[in-house]
Design a protein around this ligand. Structure first.
Ligand code: PMV
Length: 326
């Protein structure tokens, strides 16, 4: 049985693990249906510690979150851990105390669920003496991610497991996904703004799938355009043509608006970032609330956009994409 406990019984020896947060630069939602996406890990992680317990699976989640995130995600978190244990072949009677924390805030859109699943899988593996490759961890986190996203593409757990900047294409026929590391001439500063609104990724993903099914005449051409934007985005990143990268991010945001996953607050923060000089800005992740990201090369521009968003009372993060060490 999985429950939520109020206090974690700290112990000296325990399993530990981490998973990266991420921003999607191109292709969220479209990736679920087989279009390519580009994702970058950010320098913030979900961390987990796990200790064998007498009985039950007891979770203490101490992450900083947007208001209501814990309540909204609690049942999904429980289901995700159950899925994870099954994927790891762990006897359901095994007792575990699980603590979750780290620098990655629980804001929708930053892959916090996938990062925490990777962290927990690694920590459980270490505590129980299981040797697991990154590939195995990624598979386990993908199973866990189904609890949060219904039909996930796998882009979040892949970024959370491996880190770095990646080209990701799901094989919708069930074969191996295409994952390629991309390399930038230099890392690029970005800003992430949170609307403070918790979004349900599963509902957002299902909504897109439903609208696409009902209206292919509208949706199919948009999906094709999103694919073209991802290819052009890759080329612009590899050429380090940052103006072009920004323009394509703007275009990607427009496509996301068309498929109905943006929101008033996201559009407002995206506009604000562009007015402050960001090269481009778009929602990132599942949308419907959650986060936006802006391309702000150089510390000065990054600081300017960050302050503008912050001055309106929104939570902000500064980050870099394309850093080789994570
Ligand atoms: O909102 P997040 O961080 O869970 O990102 C979801 C990304 C989607 O493309 C909408 C779903 C997926 O599984 O790719």
């Amino acid at each position: 049985m999985v429950g939520v406990i109020a206090t974690f019984q700290g112990a000296t020896v325990m399993g530990k693990g981490s998973g990266y947060g991420k921003v999607i630069l191109f292709g969220e939602h479209f990736v679920v249906h087989g279009a390519p996406g580009i994702v970058s890990a950010i320098d913030s992680t979900a961390d987990a510690e796990v200790k064998k317990a007498a009985k039950g699976i007891n979770v203490k989640d101490e992450r900083k979150t947007a208001k209501g995130y814990g309540e909204e995600k609690r049942l999904q978190q429980i289901e995700s851990i159950e899925r994870m244990l099954k994927a790891m072949g762990i006897d359901s009677k095994t007792g575990l105390d699980i603590w979750v924390g780290g620098t990655l805030p629980g804001f929708s859109g930053l892959g916090a669920s996938a990062a925490s699943s990777v962290a927990i899988a690694r920590a459980i593996g270490q505590e129980l003496g299981m040797q697991m490759s990154d590939e195995k961890i990624n598979q386990i986190a993908y199973e866990a991610e189904k609890a949060y996203a219904g039909n996930p593409s796998g882009i979040d757990n892949t970024a959370a497991t491996y880190g770095g900047l990646m080209w990701f294409k799901k094989d919708v026929a069930g074969g191996p996904d295409k994952i390629e590391k991309l390399h930038l001439r230099r890392p690029i500063e970005i800003v992430i703004g949170s609307t403070g609104k918790v979004a349900n990724t599963k509902v957002m993903v299902e909504g897109v799938a439903e609208r696409k099914r009902k209206n292919p005449a509208k949706y199919d051409p948009i999906f094709k355009q999103a694919e073209n934007v991802a290819f052009a985005g890759r080329k612009a990143l590899e050429n380090y043509d940052l103006k072009k990268v920004g323009e394509l991010m703007n275009e990607n945001h427009r496509l996301l608006q068309e498929i109905g996953v943006s929101s008033k607050e996201l559009d407002m923060l995206v506009d604000l970032a562009r007015k402050q000089g960001a090269f481009g800005a778009k929602l990132t992740g599942g949308g419907g609330g959650g986060c936006m990201t802006a391309l702000t090369p150089g510390k000065d521009l990054q600081g300017k956009v960050l302050s503008a968003i912050k001055s309106l009372g929104f939570e902000v993060l500064s980050a870099k994409i394309g850093v080789e060490k994570y």
